[in-house]
Write a protein that binds this ligand. Sequence first.
Ligand code: KG4
Ligand code: ZN
Length: 348
Amino acid sequence: MTLVLGIETSCDETSASVVERRGAEVVLRSLVILSQDVHRIFGGVVPEIASRAHLTSIVPMVQRALGDAGLAPSDMDAVAVTHAPGLVGALLVGVGYAKGLAAASGKALVGVHHMEGHLFATSLDQPDAVPPFVALLVSGGHTMLLDVPDWGTYHLLGTTRDDAAGEAFDKVGKLLGLPYPGGPHVERLAATGEPRRFRFTRPMLRRDQQPADPDFYDVSFSGLKTAVRLAVQDSANLADDRAHIARGFQDALIDTLVAKTMRAVKRHNRPRIVLGGGVACNTTLVRAMQAAADSLGARVFAPSPRLATDNAAMIARAGLFHFERGVRDPLDLSAFAQRPIPGLQPRD
Ligand code: KG4
Ligand code: ZN
């Protein structure tokens, strides 16, 4: 039995969790997530406010995660903490606290890459969501298409050239006068819109693209966002058009993500597709992905909403993987705004 405490403070969620290795199984013992609502007022995350909010909530959140699991720090084998990528001030709160806890309790410290956490998240409630798979990570800050032959080996296939998928949802939400973060609101509004009333070009998606082309797997959403802005500006009756514009935007974005993911599944012949990140909460995306995957005989695994958005359970799970492989980080572990996922293979 191995127990890992996970800590996540890379953006605007303060989260702590305990996971346990029990034979072949990994069990989620507890998970608490505190979302910093204050940023809604500003329409985006304010880094200094995020750091201060993490500082006030980190101690009670860890205590709560341990308490919910009925465990003490001395029961842990390791403390896993997100140390990249993210807002450095926010990351430092979690890293500093984890280092203090590891030093005081004599436990191992394991630094975890946030995006590797997202890759592990779905496996916590769906044990079959394991490599080999193609992964599509779509969050507010990142969009990545990866081929994962095994845990710890990550082939980057494509990424965004500009806005992340979640960022595009949030910006379109703002253009349509919806609250921040816009993603869930845009999805709800789009559900009431008609398809093809507004048809936007599928960005960076052409039939004649070849695997060797740099844009075969890459995506780009900034042109789509501009097209939405122009549609909003030109609309003679925005109250009526809003839902149709949201629908046109979401259809274009989803078609693009699904088409690029299917290219990866075909080329790498993978039986599974694992989704991760906040945009994986979008049920329209998940359904479209499964419909396309069906024709290739592949299965789609989407995380439950609390494991899709930022959480410490995925950090504890990825930390457990590294701990079991012998990784122990020194007490001078640092925080990084940007850093490649460990095990990331460059593009061919
Ligand atoms: O993974 P996450 O919680 O945080 C980051 O690491 O960025 O992702 C947050 C993003 C936001 O952009 C939010 O609008 C988006 O996920 N999101 C959605 C939905 N739910 C959350 N986007 C589209 N449809 C949704 N239902
Ligand atoms: Zn995230």
